[in-house]
Design a protein around this ligand. Sequence first.
Ligand SMILES: Cc1cc2nc3c(=O)[nH]c(=O)nc-3n(C[C@H](O)[C@H](O)[C@H](O)COP(=O)(O)OP(=O)(O)OC[C@H]3O[C@@H](n4cnc5c(N)ncnc54)[C@H](O)[C@@H]3O)c2cc1C
Length: 403
Amino acid sequence: MKQNSQEKKHIVILGGGFAGVAAALNLSQYLEIDDEYEIILVDRRDYQLYHAALYEAATTEHGYVEGKKLKRTLTIPLAEIFGKTKVKVFKGYVERIELNDGKVVTDSRIIYFDYLLIALGSVADFYGIESIARFGFTLKSLEDAIMVRNRIEDIITKKDSALIVIGGGGFAGVEFAAELRNLIKKECRHHGKRLDSFKILIIEGATTYLPGLPEKVSALVARRLGQMGVEARFSTLLTEAGKDFVLLNNKEKLECDLLIWTGGVRSCRLPVDTDLERDKKDRTNVTEFLNLKSFPNIFLAGDNGCFMDPKTKKPLPQTAQEAVNQGKHAAKNIFRTIKGKPLWPYHSASSRFVIPVTGKWAIFYTPNLVIPGFLGWLIRRLADLRYFLSILPWPTALNFCLF
Ligand SMILES: Cc1cc2nc3c(=O)[nH]c(=O)nc-3n(C[C@H](O)[C@H](O)[C@H](O)COP(=O)(O)OP(=O)(O)OC[C@H]3O[C@@H](n4cnc5c(N)ncnc54)[C@H](O)[C@@H]3O)c2cc1C
């Protein structure tokens, strides 16, 4: 893919997650009849991972755990998304991004770019505690979900009692704890074990679940999890982990059979050849147009970018909704750059979340409205369907949603 002046210009998108897919689809539409530009999307995998389904996958009921089926519920093949577009998908691991030379070095080839969008996502944040990274399980990939699922089945099959510790009572910890409780219930029934001997304990540093959201929402979650028998310790930190224990900041040592770490994420460290300004979560500072100040043809979207929200004076949250919106906006600004038009500043849409707490029960939250229960769950299913319809032909999208 060495570039010369006669060749097409290359728009390269790194990452086929929420931001990268949205950007590539939009650019493909903008440049549909323009043969001068080639759009190349690079990802180490040949699918998009649908993160929101990871908890359910990690807690699939006994007998249902079939790798192929699990993969189908969690992953969307990039070939299905881009089959009828002008986007070329290249499976490769990005090793180095040379900003000054306009090239991306992957594990198998070098790709030159004229315009670049970086959307490589995030990794688990262990806050520098090496033992938690070593002994804790995370939920960031299909392989993680399968590993956690198998470990839980193993524990219930072999033991009569166990403690499962979840580090972090944010969105991930809460959703996972609820699904896990359900799974344990079913597995205990299946193996003839006593449910009350298998405990789930959430350790959260803040004073409530879902820090940052209003107390009304945390209280709803606390009630639902409490009814299910999930226990929690607030204002408490995990400081160390071992093969069969965790240590708390009050020096208490708890014997534990499994530690799941959902305590936070940080942007992956971008393999760039230039020192770029980053925040403490490794997110790279971007301008109001989502590009780099010193490289205006290079854009960032999703979990990699640090975009200061002018209203809250805080970086925007790392969510799928933000990633999609930023991906679309970056595509628009790349197109405007190509056409020599002024760029448009990015404005984040108001925060909306759906927090599923197992079964057909979820909390839909906006700053002005909170809907808990079945209706919240229905809104979540519709949001899932809306997303699938935005990236797949409708029969495939429907099939995916009903799977
Ligand atoms: C378990 C879990 C559940 C979540 N649930 C929700 C939810 O319910 N709602 C919500 O709004 N958000 C949720 N999130 C957050 C949301 O998924 C992220 O904010 C979103 O995925 C960010 O999008 P992105 O495009 O920046 O990164 P991603 O979607 O993670 O995409 C990054 C892509 O880059 C690729 N990549 C990374 N490094 C390389 C490399 N070196 N070479 C090649 N390819 C590479 C990856 O394979 C991946 O496809 C969840 C996250 C997790 C982990």
